[in-house]
Design a binder for this molecule. Structure first.
Ligand SMILES: [Zn+2]
Length: 224
């Protein structure tokens, strides 16, 4: 199971839509939620679902070297040249998980949007907070999820910003299935996997791995 919580392998995935995969124990509840929302005129479409360690590594490395933008708390791109390696690490971690620690590795977590509402709005969708707030194309979806997602076994692990991961109204988790993976997490196993990986900024990450683990992986923020 070590390999599974770290996103290295997964034997319980099922395909959904053209390019997504979810844990087989999550799919029925996801489809039931989708159907219930649609009856209210709201679409629950996947933006992102299962993701491997290697995919997360690629996202991380491209952010570290400046190929992908690093966003500030307001979701606007930051000038990374002005940041120390440690500041850059924290800036990335606010929005992107360390490879091996993404809840997307489990097939239990996914990001959603209302594709039709976005199309109708004519905006170019960026998966940012304001799109899910009043006036945004996914505001109705976000409100519906707040009231109904729990009825289908889902919750938002990043609903409140505590100084760790930013608030992500679009990210849902299947509580009972995700709990099985949460129990497996270990800072030691993570450090071992990252040590042998090609992660950019490795020495910075490993030097701070314990605090990073509590602040962002367990998402306990800076409250400790
Ligand atoms: Zn997500």
């Amino acid at each position: 199971m070590t390999a599974t919580w770290l996103g290295i392998e997964h034997n319980d995935l099922v395909p959904i839509e053209a390019n997504h995969q979810l844990h087989q124990d999550v799919l029925p509840d996801f489809e039931a939620m989708q159907k219930a929302a649609l009856e209210q005129g709201i679409n629950v479409n996947l933006v992102s679902s299962y993701r491997t360690f290697d995919k997360q590594l690629s996202i991380w490395n491209r952010k570290w070297c400046g190929e992908l933008p690093i966003l500030d708390m307001q979701g606007k791109p930051t000038a990374i040249d002005l940041l120390s390696d440690q500041q850059k690490m924290h800036a990335i971690l606010t929005w992107s998980a360390l490879p091996g620690t993404s809840r997307h590795h489990w097939g239990t977590d996914f990001d959603v949007y209302d594709r039709q509402a976005v199309l109708n709005s004519g905006i170019s969708f960026e998966l940012v907070d304001e799109e899910y707030r009043p006036g945004g194309p996914c505001a109705e979806l976000a409100d519906w999820l707040t009231h109904h997602a729990h009825q289908f076994g889902f919750f938002r692990p990043f609903e409140t910003y505590r100084g760790g991961v930013a608030c992500e109204l679009w990210h849902l988790s299947h509580r009972t299935t995700a709990m099985q993976y949460e129990k497996l997490r270990s800072c030691e196993q993570l450090a071992a996997k990252l040590s042998s990986s090609q992660i950019a900024g490795k020495s910075t990450v490993l030097a701070h791995i314990e605090s990073v683990y509590h602040r962002y992986v367990l998402n306990q923020g800076t409250s400790l």
